[in-house]
Design a protein around this ligand. Structure first.
Ligand code: NAD
Length: 475
């Protein structure tokens, strides 16, 4: 595949840094040879963004919105080609990338594009005098992505940033650089001026170099908690704004009165979709005593029907793991879990680039129940009372997501009200429509993506006090 390494100032560009081969996770075959960005590309992108952002911010907001709406239309027109590229880049089954990745990205561009003209400030009456607020862009924003939803992440960050009049330099994960390059091409075709959305590819040093530059006003990261802590600290040294979408170990609580079929379905979606490589997965499934064995039996039965294989095949529902390093990490956790005596319901280490859907029952202090594995590994735990489930669910330092399954309406709302998580579901799991704010509490992050809330994280308020009469001075 001939593929530019970067997108700088409205054009494809080559890199002068280290080789960055892109592999198809299913075969390990190299599908593109990129070169990482080094100092000249970083400088070119920062200079272009700084220059272009001022003009872009002066555009009529609805005109900025129209660029995003056109980009959403182009994505939908090219849906099949983009889904195939996403499958090659990530190894995720085509049955997923056709419905989840770029379609969600297009939704974000359309949602924020449509909102562009609706963002206004406030009028504050003060008697004779008055004040008003202006919602201003932040300036040049840096987006840094993870490898599990590379195109969706790029769109979720770019859409609110651009609509508010910012420029964005996006650094995809070094594992999955191809989708964001496409987004840059599409936004350019849709009329985004040069420098408004640029893509620089490279590793963590590139991310660190961008965050450290005085011209950067904000960084929005999707990645692990460890990376988040270090990026947040680097951003703090320049008082830069941050959005942190990090990892977790989210609880999914299933009460005795729940629909087993629905709860099992949610546990499958929330643990094995994208081979479990999803940040908000409900990897700690708390089962009330009365439902536990029936739930586990039905889960094992349904999971056995997952079809592991070539992600390009329409029937595949469990694809390969992104990289050998991630495979090793997941297999290590499974081997350790078995050695610790945790009860294995189904699955195991697997072979080739695959890990089968794996279910353990383990105690709360097992690493299976405390550490993010980021693979298809579900840990079930049993509980007796609501209070106990809530306390145990909240016991970890993470707080990305949580789910509750029950037919008791009052209990459902009471429990989500008590769960320490930024995004929660009642009788559903892992649905993230762009209309709904998505984000975390505790170590899992700060800030929000999606929904109108995201606009606030890509803008700042200027207050204007208007004196309408004589100035009263003491002398
Ligand atoms: P990662 O933290 O290793 O890398 C994420 C990105 O940060 C990459 O682009 C990487 O190059 C960059 N990076 C790493 N160190 C950096 C540094 N010091 N300075 C600047 N940039 C740096 O994460 P990953 O392995 O790509 O993705 C998996 C993780 O992402 C999981 O923990 C998962 O839960 C999380 N995730 C969170 C969300 C969310 O929305 N909350 C979504 C997807 C993934």
């Amino acid at each position: 595949m001939t593929q530019p390494s970067h997108w700088i100032d409205g054009r494809p560009a080559e890199g002068s840094g280290a080789a960055l081969p892109v592999r198809f996770p299913y075969t390990g075959e190299i599908i593109a040879n990129l070169r990482a960005a080094a100092a000249p590309e970083i400088e070119a992108a920062l200079a272009a963004a700084t220059r272009a952002q001022k003009d872009w911010a002066a555009w009529r907001p609805a005109d900025r919105g129209r660029v995003l709406l056109d980009a959403a239309r182009l994505i939908r027109e090219r849906a099949e080609e983009l889904a195939q590229l996403e499958t090659l880049d990530t190894g995720k089954p085509i049955s997923e990338t056709r419905v989840a990745d770029w379609p969600s990205g297009a939704d974000a561009l359309a949602f924020f594009g449509g909102l562009a003209g609706a963002v206004t400030g406030q009028h504050i009456p003060l008697g004779r005098d008055w004040a008003y607020t202006i919602r201003e862009p932040l300036g040049v924003c840096v987006g840094i992505g993870a490898w599990n939803y590379p195109s969706q992440i790029a769109c979720w960050k770019a859409a609110p940033a651009l609509v508010m009049g910012n420029a964005m330099i996006f650094k995809p994960s070094e594992e999955t650089p191809l989708g964001a390059l496409k987004l840059a091409e599409i936004l350019t075709e849709a009329g985004a001026p040069p420098g408004i959305f640029q893509v620089l590819n490279g590793g963590r040093e590139l991310g660190a170099a961008l965050i450290g530059d005085a011209r950067v006003a904000k960084v929005s990261l999707t990645g692990s908690v460890a990376t988040g802590l270090s990026v947040y600290a680097a951003a703090a040294s320049g008082m830069r704004h941050v959005t942190m979408e990090l990892g977790g170990k989210s609880p999914l609580i299933v009460f005795d009165d729940a629909s087993i079929e629905d709860a099992v379905g949610a546990a499958i979606l929330g643990n094995f979709y994208s081979s479990g490589q999803v940040c908000s997965n409900g990897t700690r499934v708390f089962l009330q005593d009365g439902i536990a064995e029936a739930f586990l039996a039905r889960l094992a039965e349904r999971v056995a029907a997952l079809k592991q294989g070539d992600p390009r095949d329409e029937g595949t529902t469990l694809g390969p793991i992104i990289s050998p390093a991630q495979l090793e990490k997941i297999r290590g956790a499974i081997t350790e879990g078995r050695a610790s005596g945790a009860r294995l319901i189904c699955g195991g280490e697997g072979d080739g680039p695959f890990v089968p859907a794996t279910v353990f029952v383990a105690p709360d202090d097992s690493p299976l129940a405390t550490e993010e594995i980021f693979g298809p590994v579900l840990t079930a735990l049993t509980f007796r009372t609501e209070d106990e489930a809530v306390a145990r669910a909240n016991a970890l330092p993470y707080g990305l997501a949580a789910g509750v399954f029950t037919r008791d309406l009052a209990r459902a709302h009471r429990v989500v009200g008590r769960l320490e998580a930024g995004t929660t579901w009642i009788n559903a799991y892992n649905l993230t429509p762009v209309e709904m704010p998505f984000g975390a509490v505790k170590l899992s992050g700060i800030g929000r993506e999606n929904g109108t809330a995201a606009l606030e994280h890509y803008s700042q308020l200027k207050s204007v006090y208007v004196g309408m009469g004589p100035v009263d001075a003491p002398v």
